[in-house]
Design a binder for this molecule. Structure first.
Ligand SMILES: NC(=O)c1ccc[n+]([C@@H]2O[C@H](COP(=O)([O-])OP(=O)(O)OC[C@H]3O[C@@H](n4cnc5c(N)ncnc54)[C@H](O)[C@@H]3O)[C@@H](O)[C@H]2O)c1
Length: 249
């Protein structure tokens, strides 16, 4: 899966999955524009390869437009987009019946609308590049209900599954593919609740058929496959990476 000569944008690159995806793409020769609202992670600063880190807020459409153009200008193409930025506010994202409506709006703005920002600026540049591949990170939360609801997160992730298919159909004729990776629980800064609470992580691992929680590398491997030419006939699909969790009765 070589990405030699390819240009990629990865959002959420300061987090667990986005960082692993960025490192994977760099290792395979891509030029990466890595975006996060947080500063550049130290691990990335030590990386070889060609990358630029842009610190900014993806809810700012003008920032996103500029970031996409800067990615394109690296070598006159934009080949890959990974939408991995997101938030899960365990304490505040609750049932839609009880949620603070400002929290509802903010979660949908970050988890869903930022993908509208990135995609609407990426597609014209991918058309100029005469090909493109997008991977959006959804969640198994999109596939089922939860007795501890996180309804704003769940709604955002379900919408991503739907929009990815719409994008796949709209832009197949331009050689642009759109797919989702659908992770189950994965050890990253988003799951900070596991830090110092090994019993909670163990309990989660205990219900996963493969017997462990996911790692960012598990997700990065799936993302790189879907971005690569090995997946050139795959578009509009969702690849569940959850150790078998959703296959359980
Ligand atoms: N960790 C899990 O258990 C899990 C499970 C399923 C899906 N996911 C999804 O995977 C993706 C990656 O999550 P992760 O586990 O790496 O979490 P993470 O918290 O480590 O990374 C998410 C990153 O997104 C960034 N971000 C948030 N809002 C932003 C904004 N407005 N502008 C720019 N950057 C912003 C954060 O700063 C953070 O670095 C997310 O979309 C998440 O919903 C995570």
């Amino acid at each position: 899966m070589t990405f030699q000569g390819k240009t990629a944008v990865v959002t959420g690159a300061g987090g667990g999955m986005g960082l692993a995806i960025t490192q994977g793409l760099l290792a395979e020769g891509a030029m990466v524009t890595a975006i996060d609202v947080k500063p550049c992670p130290a691990e990335l600063l030590q990386e070889g390869g060609s990358f630029q880190f842009l610190a900014g807020d993806l809810t700012d459409d003008a920032f996103v437009a500029d970031a996409m153009q800067r990615a394109f200008d690296q070598q006159g193409s934009l080949d890959c987009l990974v939408n991995a930025a997101g938030v899960l506010w365990f304490d505040r994202d609750v049932s839609m019946v009880e949620i603070d409506l400002d929290v509802w709006d903010k979660v949908l703005e970050i988890d869903l609308k930022t993908i509208v920002h990135t995609t609407r600026h990426a597609v014209p540049l991918m058309k100029k590049s005469q090909s493109g591949a997008m991977v959006h990170i959804a969640s198994t939360q999109a596939l089922r209900g939860d007795d501890k609801p996180q309804d704003a997160y769940q709604a955002s992730k379900a919408a991503i599954l739907s929009l990815s298919k719409s994008l796949a159909i709209q832009f197949a004729g331009d050689g642009i593919r759109s797919n989702c990776v659908v992770p189950g629980p994965c050890e990253s800064p988003m799951q900070a609740r596991w830090v110092g609470n090994p019993d909670s992580k163990k309990a989660t691992a205990g219900v996963i058929p493969l017997g462990r929680v996911g790692q960012p590398q598990d997700i990065a491997d799936a993302v790189l496959f879907l971005l690569s030419d090995k997946a050139s006939y795959i578009t509009g699909t969702d690849l569940i990476v959850d150790g078998g969790l959703t296959a359980r009765p």
